[in-house]
Design a binder for this molecule. Sequence first.
Ligand code: ACO
Length: 323
Amino acid sequence: MEQFTIVESAHVVPQRVVTNDELATFMDTSDDWIYPRTGIHQRHVVNDENTSDLATSVANELLAKSGITADQLDFIIVGTMSPDNLTPSVAQQVQGNIKANNAFAWDLSAACSGFVYTISMASALLATKYQRGLVIGAEVLSKLVDWQDRSTAVLFGDGAAGVLLEKTSAQVGLLAESLKTYGEQSEFLTAGHQRNSNYFTGELSQADPYFHMNGREVYNFATRQVPVVLSEALDKANLTADSIDVYLLHQANARIIASIAKRFGQPIEKFPINVANYGNTSAASIGILLDELRIEGVVHDGQRIALAGFGGGLTAGALIIQL
Ligand code: ACO
């Protein structure tokens, strides 16, 4: 076991809400199409904030809630597929904004598996000489959405969430994990293509910021692979599916989660879903759900939980955590 405790959790979403009905005023879609297929009613969308603004708000909230000062942090990792810049990274902007002068900081790009991958990396760091760090998933996906493309525009939302993790001597932390990458299937979900301008050949490629997705392939990937990574992680921990109190899955689509619960032979009640309010917030989604459930008391110390992410890359990953 890699021993750490979740000292605090936090999430922020932009104030502006865009409902399915509002989308239907400017694209050929409807709540009747979107909700039954995805479970999404609305999403939050930024006005002028960028990803680092949302991530910094989460970091400040984590420090305020925990009473830990910024200079006590050893590292900051931000999972994001929608950074403000190629450099500096969002994590480096957060480190500067909160003046975490003793922390090193970097981003991890694993799309909707971002939260799971970042917690895994943080857990490994805490098993070495580091004492505590912030793990944040933050996305402004609205800047990657082509608002004329109904096949992707209805799915995504903006938001950020994070946890403050600390090394502990208690028997809590990461029991086991299974992280997988399927780069050969990367074309099924892409966004943020960079323009390649070669000064020497004069060849200029077109930049294409927008999401492109084969929805059916991603759907099939998620429903097949998430049970695989969950099973592998449970096997490594020598645990059964029944022994998990709550399954926190990436919130892309309520139908995907229901299908995974069924394939996994577990009651849907153990798979909380909040995608109706936020849409798919990629690396932020599991963190938003975790914070909401901690506030409600549904997730609490003493439980054994599973986190599972899936998405762009393609990537998938599961963590079994003793709280
Ligand atoms: N409103 C109305 N009609 C629509 C919309 C819309 N928003 N989008 C597509 N349609 C139409 C299509 O044009 C198509 O019409 P046609 O049959 O006349 O051609 C019809 O609806 C069916 O389209 P499909 O794409 O086949 O619909 P499907 O049943 O596959 O559902 C969906 C689409 C909801 C996107 C599903 O494939 C899905 O959930 N996939 C997973 C996507 C996902 O979660 N991606 C994120 C991964 S996480 C990450 O890393 C970012």
